[in-house]
Design a protein around this ligand. Structure first.
Ligand code: PLP
Length: 471
């Protein structure tokens, strides 16, 4: 395997090098002095050498020491066209000459209007309204509140509950956590959460009655139907990630699964909410994951890739039927009382418009297809590594599940931090990855070229082998 760490050696004069590393050292010290990082055990953080990313170009990140790394997780699943994309940079600069921010509560702005039109134009048929917010968690919260309020206005006061999949991740605000099913993140907060009905997600690799695909699909769908048929009178909506449950460790859904979810929710008079925060904007090979089966949910939450990975922006798309249920006289109080200070920020909306235009201009989805096939082909080799138990891929979303024993599927003990060990190796070799427990995630920017993908795969392969085999 090639080692590609392109240690940048352009600082020829030694005094420049030392000035550079002095700054880097100072940044590290001040980070550790003043910050508290998300989803991070800060005791480990304090003990480690940390990376401070100073700049990025294309699919490479560069740290404060001038070392370059492939961005193997799209800067947490959001980057689409790479970094420093001139069209997006320019769109933001142009908007800065007009206005950086003005409120969306009671006022409007041109980028938000233009983007909404574009989104509806590209979204699955039947979604006609865009409600903006700032993060994926909020886009889900909005969908939940809309679904809840919808039934109240429609005269179904008992429809106040939600169904969701096990292993789900919908964000980390309390409403989104209530819908979540990842014990590690969610269990502690139980007393603060609302109750939901859990439907087992079709996790084939660890399905109780074996991993035959047809059987898993049938049993998972029967379980879904059971929950809907038993509880529909009190169900406002069924919430699910679409085609792939991301944060759970990339759990893919069988063909036909989301279509069936649509049929069943219709039959049992329950709204269907698709959380496409991770899967939207080309990630799965189509603009939205639900496009693979031509399915339209009642509410669609999007975020991560919306602004091309540039600025915080999210949206909840709704059908006209839901929208109309909120219309009424001022004193009827049917208003949707939700909105934040930075809702529909014009800079973020401009970035998003530029990103969507690039999808057309660069034929992103078309050019993605051979790269998806390339990934698939190359990933097969990973099964040669004795610790690789399962590989799951949908488009440019990949999860490689590591196990201590392939035959028995026995996981590595948590304390062994197996995923962390792999990504540390990858860092040494010049790629940034972030694991989900024992699952190594690959989420390259859609713009990543085949040559760069190949490099990323080489690094990942070698890192897994080196970090896991000796045990
Ligand atoms: C990341 C993610 C969220 C949360 O989005 P944030 O922008 O981090 O709040 C919600 N749902 C899914 C499926 C996600 O992957």
């Amino acid at each position: 395997m090639t080692s590609v760490h392109p240690k940048v050696s352009r600082y020829k004069k030694s005094e420049v090098v030392s000035a550079h590393s002095k700054t880097a050292h100072s940044l590290e010290v001040r980070d550790k002095r003043y910050l508290w990082h998300p989803f991070t055990q800060m005791r480990d953080w304090q003990a480690e050498e940390i990376l401070v990313i100073e700049k990025a170009k294309g699919v490479y990140l560069e740290d404060s020491h001038g070392r370059r790394y492939l961005d193997g997780i799209s800067s947490l699943w959001c980057n689409v066209h790479g970094h420093q994309v001139s069209v997006i940079d320019r769109a933001i600069r142009d908007q800065l000459k007009r206005v950086a921010h003005s409120t969306f509560l009671g006022l409007s702005n041109p980028p938000a209007i233009e983007l909404a039109e574009q989104l509806i134009h590209r979204a699955p048929a039947g979604l006609t309204r865009v409600f903006y917010s700032d993060s994926g968690s909020e886009a889900v919260e909005v969908a939940v509140k809309m679904a809840f309020q919808y039934w109240q206005h429609r005269g179904h006061p008992k429809k106040v509950k939600f169904a969701r999949l096990t292993n789900a991740y919908h964000g980390d605000t309390l409403g989104a956590v209530s819908l979540g099913g990842i014990d590690l993140f969610h269990h502690l907060f139980q007393p603060l959460l609302f109750d939901t009905y859990a439907v087992p997600s079709p996790y084939r690799y660890r399905w109780p009655s074996g991993d035959d695909p047809e059987r898993v699909k049938d049993e998972a769908l029967s379980a879904m139907e059971r929950v809907l048929s038993e509880h529909h009178e009190e169900l406002a909506a069924f919430v699910m990630e679409t085609l792939m449950q991301g944060a759970a460790g990339m759990i893919d859904q069988p063909v036909g699964y989301i279509s069936r979810a649509r049929e069943l929710t219709k039959r049992y008079n329950t709204l269907l909410i698709f959380d496409e925060v991770a899967t939207g904007f080309g990630r799965t090979g189509k603009m939205f994951a639900c496009d693979h089966e031509g399915v339209t949910p009642d509410l669609l939450a999007v975020a991560k890739g919306l602004s091309g990975g540039y600025l915080p922006l999210a949206a909840t798309l709704a059908t006209e039927e839901i929208y109309e249920a909120f219309l009424g006289g001022y004193a009827d109080c049917k208003t949707f009382f939700h909105g934040h200070t930075y809702t529909a920020n014009p800079l973020a909306c401009r970035a998003a418009i530029a990103s969507l235009e690039l999808f057309d201009k660069n034929q992103v989805l078309k050019r993605l297809q051979p790269k998806i096939a390339f990934l698939k082909k190359r990933l097969r080799d990973f099964y040669d590594i004795p610790t690789v138990g399962d590989i799951r891929q949908v488009g440019f979303m990949v999860g490689i599940e590591l196990v201590k024993d392939k035959k028995t599927k026995t996981p590595f003990p948590l304390a062994q931090k197996i995923g962390i060990r792999v990504i540390e190796k990858a860092r040494e070799k010049g790629a940034i990855l972030r694991p989900l427990g024992p699952v190594i995630v690959l989420m390259p920017p859609l713009a990543m070229k085949e040559r760069e993908l190949s490099q990323l795969l080489d690094i990942t392969y070698a890192s897994i082998a080196e970090a896991t085999i000796k045990n």
